[in-house]
Design a protein around this ligand. Structure first.
Ligand SMILES: *Cc1c(COP(=O)(O)O)cnc(C)c1O
Length: 339
């Protein structure tokens, strides 16, 4: 029994999801004729109370398209230094949009309205033009940390006042919604664009959506085509998304309980020095001087447990749909025996 905590992207479709995929009503999506994709887009837009949605192959693509739509070359994007859009999208902000980045030092990936205010460039020919704020909820490098909703509201007000676009990388927004008992509509009201992933905690093989006003999504469809993301009969994949939205959101609470159970045990072990607070499905901890993160990951692998050394002294474990209670029990027993 392989227990794979490397990422929540490793899930494989369940029989129910596969069945839904095989029954998908498809067509050519570049012609706007794929029934399953149209249904998924409408369903997700409605869920968030936003005007329109666009299906894409990846969350990197939805984020990069959003940034392209919100900026002009030479503009500056304000975000936390650990953001996925900055760290893990291949320098796409520069490559795709010709924009630069103003990095803020947030608390576990979360920045504040006050920090944004100080980061906005003055209206001066020497300076880049601040045009977009990009947030991440939950924050991946922040260990699945969630934003406080009141802080998000303050940022919305500020972005309106200063004429900045407000984008959310919500790859794991589903986890935040469940952990904080919030609704998609609350988020739809706040942001100009939201990217959500179906391929992470919701268990789909592929897929992300970009949400926004009709006008933004119209522009985004043009950018998606330029980026090579116009797919044809991709409704087989979209059908997995529809199934996931209907069946796999509420169950995330289970992953959160499991993450807390495992973290509680890790906190008591000698190999662990510091553990980030566990708010959702991600556990990040620092190893003690005596144990490097790759060493610990190798030890776990001997017991068929896979984790990820995200730094020389940091290990990340991610809970997801394919991790059963039985696997959690085995992991806990194994961790208790590691010196
Ligand atoms: C995974 C992830 C994405 C998108 O990644 P893809 O692999 O391109 O789908 C975006 N943001 C965050 C925070 C992520 O964790």
């Amino acid at each position: 029994m392989l227990i794979d905590f490397r990422s929540d992207t490793v899930t494989k479709p369940t029989p129910g999801m596969l069945d839904a995929m095989m029954k998908a009503k498809i067509g050519d999506d570049v012609f706007g004729e794929d029934t399953a994709i149209n249904e998924l887009e409408t369903m997700t837009a409605d869920l968030f109370g936003m005007e329109a949605a666009m299906y894409c192959p990846s969350g990197t693509m939805t984020n990069q398209i959003a940034i392209k739509c919100h900026t002009q070359p030479g503009d500056e994007v304000i975000c936390d230094e650990s953001s996925h859009v900055y760290q893990y999208e291949g320098g796409g902000i520069a490559f795709n949009s010709g924009a630069s980045v103003k990095l803020l030092h947030g608390d576990r990936g979360r920045i504040t309205a006050e920090q944004i205010l100080t980061a906005i460039q003055p209206d001066d020919v020497h300076r880049p033009h601040s045009s977009l704020v990009s947030l991440e909820n939950t924050s991946n490098r922040g260990g699945g940390s969630c934003y406080d909703f009141n802080e998000l509201k303050k940022m919305r007000t500020l972005c309106t006042e200063k004429n900045l676009g407000f984008h959310l990388d919500g790859a794991r927004l589903w986890n935040a919604l469940i952990a904080k008992n919030e609704t998609p509509k609350q988020y739809g009201e706040l942001f100009d664009s939201i990217s959500v992933c179906l391929s992470k905690s919701l268990g789909c093989p592929v897929g992300s959506l970009l949400l926004g006003k009709k006008e933004l999504i119209k522009k985004a469809r043009r950018v998606r085509k330029v980026f090579g993301g116009g797919m044809r009969q991709a409704g087989f994949l979209a059908a997995a998304g529809i199934f996931a939205l209907q069946n796999n959101i509420e169950r995330l609470a289970e992953d959160h309980v499991h993450a807390k159970q495992i973290a509680e045990v890790i906190a008591k072990q000698k190999f662990a020095k510091m553990l980030l607070p566990v708010e959702t499905n991600i556990i990040i901890f620092e190893t003690n001087e005596g144990t490097s993160a790759p060493d610990l990951v190798a030890q776990l692998k001997e017991h068929q447990i896979l984790g990820y050394a995200i730094a020389p002294n940091r290990v990340r474990l991610v809970l997801h749909l394919d991790i059963t209670k039985e696997m959690v029990d085995k992991t806990i027993a194994t961790l208790q025996n590691i010196k």
